[in-house]
Ligand binder design. Structure first.
Ligand code: SF4
Ligand code: FE
Length: 484
């Protein structure tokens, strides 16, 4: 079974024995929890779309390991065409969910691990690459969702992992056994981990020789003993708990979810370890994973942007303002910004190249430029969406008032826009804009655009490194006929 259906995916999650906490309580049934369910539906969409013939070319491909048809989210990119299709697939998934569909972190981790393990083995004669391929075959065969876990809590940012007052602030090996290692630590902001079958752990920064115990990468099932998740709060999250919640949640069926994930002395068997102590390769793994994930944002955020632009245009229609030239211009600006992000995602893919291991990696400079723009443009797109929507987006009475016997008629009457549109539909569109710009989906569309796949400064460091100022100076000197 190389392709699961969406329903099979949901059933497969039921079989996991996850330890998940929210609001100080253990969640006994994450799959049916009203706060988690929409985020699970977003991942389910990556399975559902793969079953549709019209999306087959983007959503599925052929495994280089087994020759089987697999979901592209489990794929090792074999060409620049694969890289381009990855971005297109993410835009599609963003359009269908208007949120973070979570499965990309695993895909990006697979591709970073694939090439890095190959290069470690070449230097050290280790067998990480073969072990990793075996793990990946299992993932592809079962069509699993894997959480790529990179970000450690990091404690004092001025100190390296081994110099922290609390040694657990970066995940580390605390015990070595003949059959594996025991690890302790945490991974923060884990996108979709409670909807994942496996967690693929990577180090979070480049390391020095003294950080040996922190240079560890491995994968284990998410319900391994000692692993537990504390879900993050999102703005307006408890609206999902309200009885009959519908209009007010904005995006009823889809969402994203993150968790602080604790590894409380967790055993990792040898066959699942893909880096252990080769400190100088931690940086390569981080840089490649971050590069792939910065490319990813040129797809997923653009797809969500498409929904937000559409919602803004509908809001303008419902207000009877769509013929105003300044509104038309604002929509044009939103499209321009959104397509610029897409152009960066496509460009870093088209300019990708083959690694020593044979898989394809994006152009790192362009991927970092892509993500740097992502830290800005969604904010401007959101600003324009709020401008077009009007203040009513945040002052509007609740759905309960709208349904109330006495108040309903007044809400209906005074929230009316153009006469031909129902107040209910106007409320629905405004709540969707609220959801993406300020509500639960704002985690994925706004703040994640800032900090996901690395905060803006991380990209600027890479841009400085890759930007080749020396070559540009030489160009200028040649044109100016400067002789030194
Ligand atoms: Fe995928 Fe985007 Fe979510 Fe990252 S933020 S997991 S790229 S949808
Ligand atoms: Fe992300």
């Amino acid at each position: 079974m190389a392709l699961m259906t969406g329903d099979q995916y949901v059933e497969s999650l039921r079989k996991l024995n996850l330890e998940v906490y929210m609001f100080g309580e253990k969640v006994e049934n994450p799959v049916d929890n009203p706060i988690i369910r929409p985020s699970m539906n977003s991942v389910k969409m990556t399975y559902d779309l793969a079953q549709m013939s019209e999306h087959e070319d983007l959503m599925t491909t052929t495994s280089n390991l087994t020759g089987e048809k697999i979901n592209r989210f489990c794929h090792i990119h074999q060409s620049t065409d694969d890289l381009v299709k990855k971005v297109k697939m993410q835009r599609l998934c963003g359009q269908k969910t208007a949120s973070c569909f979570q499965r990309c972190v695993g895909m990006d981790a697979f591709n970073a691990e694939y090439s890095t393990t190959y290069e470690i083995d070449k230097v050290y004669g280790t067998n990480y690459h073969e072990k990793f391929k075996k793990f990946l075959e299992y993932v592809q065969e079962k069509d699993l969702t894997v959480d790529g876990a990179m970000t450690d809590p990091k404690g004092d940012r001025g100190l390296s992992p081994s110099k922290q007052v609390d040694p657990d602030l970066y995940l580390r090996v605390v015990e070595r056994r003949p059959d594996g290692v025991v690890v302790r630590g945490a991974k923060a902001h884990q996108t979709g981990i409670c909807n994942s079958h496996e967690v693929l752990v990577m180090p979070t920064i480049a390391m020095r020789p003294e950080d040996k115990d922190y240079a560890i990468s491995f994968s284990i099932p998410t319900d391994t003993k000692g692993v537990f998740m504390i879900l993050g709060r999102q703005s307006c999250d408890t609206r999902k708990l309200e009885e009959g919640a519908d209009i007010d949640v904005g995006n009823k069926n889809f969402g994203g979810v993150e968790a602080l994930t604790i590894f409380d002395d967790v055993f990792v068997p040898n066959e699942r370890i893909f880096l252990d102590g080769e400190t100088e390769f931690a940086g390569m793994l981080v840089e490649r994973f971050a590069g792939y994930h910065r490319q990813s944002y040129g797809g997923c955020k653009v797809g969500v942007g498409d929904v937000l632009i559409g919602a803004s245009a509908v809001a303008a229609d419902y207000n009877g303002a769509s013929r105003a030239s300044h509104l038309k211009d604002k929509l044009i600006e939103m499209i321009h910004l959104n397509e610029t992000l897409y152009a960066c995602g496509i460009a870093c893919s088209a300019e990708g190249y083959k690694t020593e291991s044979g898989n394809y990696i994006i152009d790192l400079l362009l991927a970092n430029v892509c993500k740097q723009n992502i830290t800005r443009f969604p904010y401007e797109i959101a600003r324009l969406a709020e401008d077009i929507a009007g203040g009513i987006m945040v002052t509007m009475p609740s759905e309960k008032d709208f349904r109330d016997q006495k108040l309903g008629a007044y809400v209906d009457k005074y929230l009316k826009g153009v006469a031909s549109v129902s107040t209910e539909n106007r409320m629905r569109i405004l709540r969707l804009i609220e959801n993406i710009t300020l509500g639960t989906a704002a985690v994925g569309y706004r703040t994640e655009s800032m900090h996901g796949a690395g905060s803006p400064q991380a990209q600027r460091i890479m841009i400085a490194r890759q930007g080749n100022i020396a070559q540009k100076k030489a160009l200028a000197k040649a044109i100016a006929r400067v002789e030194e």
